[in-house]
Write a protein that binds this ligand. Structure first.
Ligand SMILES: Cc1cc2nc3c(=O)[nH]c(=O)nc-3n(C[C@H](O)[C@H](O)[C@H](O)COP(=O)(O)O)c2cc1C
Length: 344
């Protein structure tokens, strides 16, 4: 890996922890309240948060969204995330595997995840630029096989790339490439954004080319345009100034969910900050929630204990919400908007 890419990955881990670079607009979950049910007619002991994803069991519908891999720091980081995913029974998306495809020594920081999480759902990740040109399907499939990955996530991040001087900004033909990979790649493909969101129209186009699962990754949390802005050198004044205009650019996650009318499997991520955001996302129609930025600082710490505790709070909150609104099974929560009140 070139020094530049290594440095970029390190910068990302540091800058993404700075909450001042998050969106100042909200995801929109604060405009929804779950309706308390004083007569739930269920026993707390029967609450079951388990769900199925990609044909496997999860203890609760949460995805640790793609973050890192390929630099020295990612080894312990991914080991912690994988240990936590295995312990609590949630799914794990790894960061872009591009580095591992190009450099042998970058592989271990990804493969450690499968060692630490032998039974968890683990998904590899690649940017659309790699799907469009340089990577062969066979090469990616071989690494996914070594990782025993359950799926490949493709990220679409046009504006993040546009604010990187070295970014890949050729998006002509992206949808056709996805169509080709859906046909030829041996694992399920999931398409996500990185925080600007997949609009209803984009989701429809992805469905047309055969994608069955999308992660909408909307606005309200980590903002990759603002993060790239902070990485721009002083002599990039014009690009930097323009980036300020995009500090709140994107489709807020809860708004996408509210408008989305699809039979695809939808993962809701982007700005889920509080554990209560997860049941709201589910009631708005998502099958699963995804979180990245809120896990960063615990994932960077020396062991996985605090991370496990943090994830267990998300699970416990979900259980308590289900009791509080009066549903015992996750399927009775998903898409059940009668459990929500919109605050005007
Ligand atoms: C440090 C860091 C690195 C990331 N790297 C990737 C990546 O390699 N591939 C990807 O698809 N998304 C990547 N993301 C984006 C997240 O998966 C997620 O879509 C985004 O941060 C929005 O979610 P959040 O508001 O919960 O952070 C990264 C996020 C963080 C915090």
């Amino acid at each position: 890996m070139t020094r530049d890419i290594e440095q970029r990955k390190r910068d990302h881990l540091i800058l993404a922890q700075n909450e001042d670079l998050n969106f100042s607009i909200s995801t929109g979950f604060d405009r929804w309240r779950l309706i308390h049910n004083a007569l739930p007619e269920i026993n707390l002991k029967e609450i079951d948060t388990r769900t199925k994803f990609l044909g496997k069991d999860l203890q609760f519908p949460l995805l640790i969204s793609s973050m890192s891999g390929g630099v020295d720091e990612s080894f312990n980081f991914n080991a912690n995330l994988a240990t936590a995913a295995e312990t609590v029974g949630c799914a794990l998306g790894l960061g872009s595997i591009r580095a591992a495809l190009e450099h042998e020594k970058a592989r271990d920081s990804f493969l450690i995840a499968r060692k630490k999480a032998p039974t968890a759902i683990i998904m590899a990740n690649l940017g659309i630029a790699q799907i469009m040109d340089s990577q062969s399907i066979d090469g990616v499939a071989a690494f996914c096989n070594d990782l025993d990955a359950n799926a490949l996530i493709i990220h679409l991040n046009p504006l993040q790339e546009a604010f990187q001087p070295e970014g890949d900004t050729e998006f002509r033909g992206a949808l056709d490439s996805i169509r080709r990979w859906v046909r030829d790649f041996p694992l399920p493909l999931i398409v996500k954004e990185v925080g600007q969101g997949l609009s209803t129209q984009v989701v429809r186009k992805l469905q047309d080319v055969g994608i069955e699962t999308v992660d909408i990754a909307g606005a309200g949390g980590s903002n990759w345009i603002s993060i790239e802005r902070e990485r721009l050198a002083e002599d990039r004044k014009v690009l930097r100034q323009a980036a300020y205009e995009f500090a709140n650019w994107g489709e807020p996650t809860a708004e996408i969910l509210e408008d989305l009318d699809t039979d695809l499997c939808v993962i809701a991520s982007g700005g889920l900050k509080r554990p209560l955001d997860l049941p709201k996302a589910l009631a708005l129609g998502a099958q699963m929630g995804g979180i990245a930025g809120v896990l960063l600082s615990q994932a960077l710490s020396s062991d996985a204990d605090k991370l496990i505790e943090q994830l267990l709070v998300w699970k416990k909150t979900l259980e308590m919400v289900m009791f509080g609104v009066g549903v015992s099974k996750i399927d009775d929560l998903i898409g059940n908007r009668s459990l929500l009140h919109k605050i005007d």
